[in-house]
Ligand binder design. Structure first.
Ligand code: ADP
Ligand code: ZN
Ligand code: ZN
Length: 823
């Protein structure tokens, strides 16, 4: 990392004075210090820090990371303090505003939430992802715990208190005298309370759960000096204990050779303290989690702390349990099922330094963990590490940057590393950081990678079978039932929900307001738009009144099997004493539903777990001997250059669920495309079959990791205005990149691929054109894509172009650097 002379060199090299506040009185006394404040105003696309004075009375609280109330132009605004200085920096050019013209902050609204280092990371993100600094800084604030500035009907500003508050618990404990206290024989309740307290302090809530409301009894005992009652801060969100056996594993006796090698590489990276990246490329079940746990143990011994990012989908009770059983109350957890209060308390536990291991989804990276000694990202290739709304960051990239800032290693674990990670390891270096790959090709002990069978559904169909299960899968399932084992059955319908299609004209009904295909909901006989939520009543053939919206034909047929139908077929096939557990978005709606279903599966003697992709990942049940895919083709046929990579990951992960214990495992994949490289790679556990063809295709078509893709989308109600605006913006970006503008700017240029056949050594701009989803919620959508060489600063070009073109009333814009979603 090169040394940066100032905190904010790219965005603002000299301190700016804040716009004058109308009618503001001049300062009564000289400020005791100066601060640089990022003002949080939503309408400002790009924020830069302003310099304010600190009045004497705020001297002790106006610290870096605090939220301040500041005058800004004619009004008041919230701002985040990013830097504090004792005096104004002297500048030779005389561009520093005169101290008498600098405004003072008015108040401090929230205590420090981030450090100067975090602020620097936020500035880096703002630059990298063309986002505003305030929205990047907001990531570092306590969840739901920040004040807001609201404007009331009369136009005056008011500070709104945080939405969450601290919770307290009343702890009851025995006093010294209380130990020898003997209640009267008839005082049954007093006896009960004393029994409960015999092993240590208990909360009033626990007493209530144990017996009934005991507050009167406790009060009586307190008056007599038998017990003491204290109010303490409660840490919500620590209670999700689970009975899952595998969540409570102790450390293994000995590590495998692969695990040792991985740990050594991590140790080297820690010693070297240069922010190296170690990719742990280990087959499923090779013991990657165990590597993380051992590495964290060492980090904690050094008095440092650890970040562990896990995809939201695998943040199950099982994963969390493994960390909690090893590190106890030093673990804080962040996932989407936490309530606002729980999230706040977990955050505070980290801020207070009580929790030193953070396990969470991508945003956990921004919690105030002190002195990080390691950052771990499990399943590094998962798309959920990319944020879908601004700032559109990728956790892998932010973590790599953080690792170099903190001088700690970044560990990326995966059974199917992303092509980005593989390419960087091959080069040995990326953006000034060293990238190293360690392989763990084997499972520990007796566990073997399972044998994979591919079932050709075309042959089944020609053979006259209309069942959704092939002969092999049927027999394998019955075998599991007979031997009293367990199976997992994947039915992935992501992006492929059931829809209606006209058998006569091929029409698929789409939403009136959006151009998305409508999803059919059987229970309610409705077609629903998953973009805007509009619903349409309709019945498929053979119901009377079913009609194609285009040709009027009655043969409007339902396509795409739902998990419920597969469940019905399973129940029919299997004997009654096999439990069938279905896990999908519908069956896991409740807060603990996911955990409860897994606990049922764990406790069952013989069971089949059927589900969407949420069952393919992270589960560790040694009794599972069969893993199968009902139809592998849905995932292969998605219109996206990353579809193969994602499908391979999914099936390899699913295969990894079988044979984790003593029993050998078996995998069955049903497909109409048995020759697809992805299917062949999974069948042989040989990734190179797929990666080589995939990488060759991407290189030829100039896709990541050979280039970077940036997607710029514009949308609004006025189609022509949007079209004009994106043309103008694209021209400005071309000018910034030094690309010749096409002479005929009338109409839209096609998104043609031949502009970028070779991995371009100079930037290419494709489009602008209407998006694949041309309309959403009655807004017209247009986009262009920048393909730029790795290392080219595309963000700066787009930022400059945006600054020159400006924004437009009624037109929204998003810039997605390293875009995953191009629709
Ligand atoms: P991964 O994260 O790579 O899928 P896990 O860390 O979940 O693998 O390990 C798979 C299984 O192997 C777990 O049940 C774990 O307890 C066990 N295991 C891991 N390392 C060892 C080891 N060195 N010796 C014995 N068992 C191990
Ligand atoms: Zn039709
Ligand atoms: Zn819609």
């Amino acid at each position: 990392m090169n040394k940066q002379p100032s905190l904010f060199p790219q965005l603002d090299s000299k301190p700016k004075e804040a716009p004058a506040l109308a009618g503001a009185s001049s300062l009564s006394a000289a400020p005791c210090a100066y601060v640089r404040v990022v003002v949080d105003i939503p309408s400002r696309a790009l924020s830069e820090p302003f310099t304010y004075g600190v009045p004497e009375e705020l001297g002790a609280t106006a610290l870096v990371g605090a939220t301040a109330l500041v005058p800004f132009g004619p009004r008041m605004a919230l701002g985040y303090i990013c830097e504090r200085m004792d005096s104004l920096p002297l500048s030779g050019e005389g561009s520093v505003p005169h101290p008498s013209r600098i405004k003072c902050i008015r108040d401090i609204l929230a205590a420090p939430a981030f450090t100067e280092q975090s602020a620097r990371i936020a500035f880096w993100m703002a630059r990298e992802y063309v986002a505003s600094v305030s929205e990047c800084l907001r990531l570092f604030l306590p969840p739901g715990g920040t004040p807001r500035l609201v404007r009331d009907a009369k136009g005056s500003y008011r500070v709104e208190a945080p939405a969450t508050s601290e919770a307290h618990e009343r702890w009851v404990s025995l006093t010294e005298e209380g130990r020898s206290f003997e209640p009267a024989a008839r005082a049954v309740r007093q006896r009960q309370v004393l029994d409960a307290l015999a092993c240590g302090p208990v909360t009033t809530r626990e007493l209530r759960v144990l017996y009934t409301d005991m507050s009167a009894t406790v009060r009586a005992l307190e008056r007599r000096g038998v017990v003491r009652v204290e109010e303490r801060r409660a840490w919500r969100g620590c209670e999700d204990a689970t009975t899952l056996s595998s969540a409570n594993g102790a450390a293994p006796v000995a590590l495998t050779a692969g695990q040792q090698e991985a740990l050594e590489a991590i140790e080297h990276a820690r010693d070297d303290a240069a922010g190296r990246v170690v990719v742990v490329d280990g087959v499923t079940g090779s013991g990657k989690t165990e590597v993380y746990l051992s590495a964290i143990e060492r980090v904690l011994e050094d008095g440092k702390s650890a970040f562990v990012l896990v995809p939201e989908i695998s943040l199950t009770a099982q994963t969390v349990g493994r960390f909690r059983s090893r590190f106890g109350s030093r673990v804080a957890v962040f996932h989407s099922r936490l309530s606002a209060g729980e999230r706040r308390d977990q955050w505070d536990m980290v801020a207070a330094g009580t929790a030193r291991v953070v396990v969470g989804a991508r945003s956990a990276l921004f919690c105030p963990l002190r002195n990080p000694g390691i950052i771990i990202i499990d399943e590094e290739h998962e798309q959920s590490y990319k944020q879908g709304s601004s700032p559109r960051y990728h956790a892998r990239e932010v973590a790599a940057h953080m690792a170099s800032v903190y001088g700690c290693p970044l560990v990326l674990g995966s059974a199917t590393p992303s092509s980005e990670a593989l390419a960087r390891c091959r080069a040995g270096e990326y953006a000034g950081q060293r990238w190293l790959r360690v392989c763990m090709p084997e499972r520990p002990g007796a566990a073997r990678l399972p044998e994979v069978t591919i079932c050709d559904l075309r042959r089944e169909f020609i053979g006259g079978s209309r069942s959704m299960f092939s002969k092999e899968l049927r027999e394998a399932l019955l075998g599991v039932a007979e031997r009293r084992e367990k199976a997992v059955l994947l039915h992935n319908r992501r992006g492929f929900a059931p829809f209606l299609m006209c058998r006569e004209c091929g029409c698929v009904p789409t939403c009136k307001h959006c151009s998305t295909a409508l999803t059919y909901h059987e229970r309610t006989h409705t077609l629903e738009c998953h973009t805007c939520g509009a619903t349409y009543r309709v019945r498929p053939y053979p119901a009377v009144g079913s009609a194609c919206p285009k040709c009027g034909s009655r043969y409007l047929a339902k396509m795409g099997l739902g998990t419920q139908q597969v469940e019905d077929a399973l129940i029919q096939l299997l004997p009654n004493d096999v439990e069938v557990i279905r896990m999908d978005a519908d069956s896991t709606r409740g807060k603990d539903a996911h955990k409860e279903l897994l606990e049922r599966f764990d406790a069952a003697e013989c069971a089949v777990l059927l589900g969407t992709q949420m069952i393919a990942k992270g589960l560790d049940f040694p009794e599972v001997t069969l893993a199968a895919v009902v139809n592998a083709d849905y995932a292969l046929k998605m219109p996206d250059f990353r579809a193969s990579e994602r499908a391979f990951d999914l099936y390899e992960q699913l295969a990894g669920r079988a044979g984790r214990g003593e029993q050998a495992g078996r995998v069955i994949i049903q497909t109409y495309l048995p020759d697809d490289p992805v299917i062949r790679a999974v069948a042989t556990h040989d990734r190179s079959i797929f990666t080589e063809s995939d990488l060759a295709q991407r290189e030829e078509a100039a896709y990541p990791p050979f280039v970077r893709l940036t997607n710029v989308v514009v949308w609004g109600a006025d189609e022509r205005a949007c079209r004009r605006y994106i043309e103008e913006l694209a021209a400005a970006v071309r000018a910034q990149m030094g690309i010749d503008n096409p002479t005929s700017a009338i109409g839209l240029t096609p998104l043609s691929e031949d502009e970028g056949l070779e991995p371009p050594s100079s930037p290419v701009l494709l489009g602008p054109v209407p998006c694949v989803i041309e309309r959403a919620k009655d807004r017209f959508r247009f986009h262009f894509i920048c393909k730029t060489p790795v290392g080219y600063h595309v963000s700066d070009c787009i930022r400059a172009a945006l600054a020159s073109v400006g924004s437009r009333e009624g037109i929204s814009l998003s810039v997605d650097v390293d875009a995953y979603d191009l629709m």
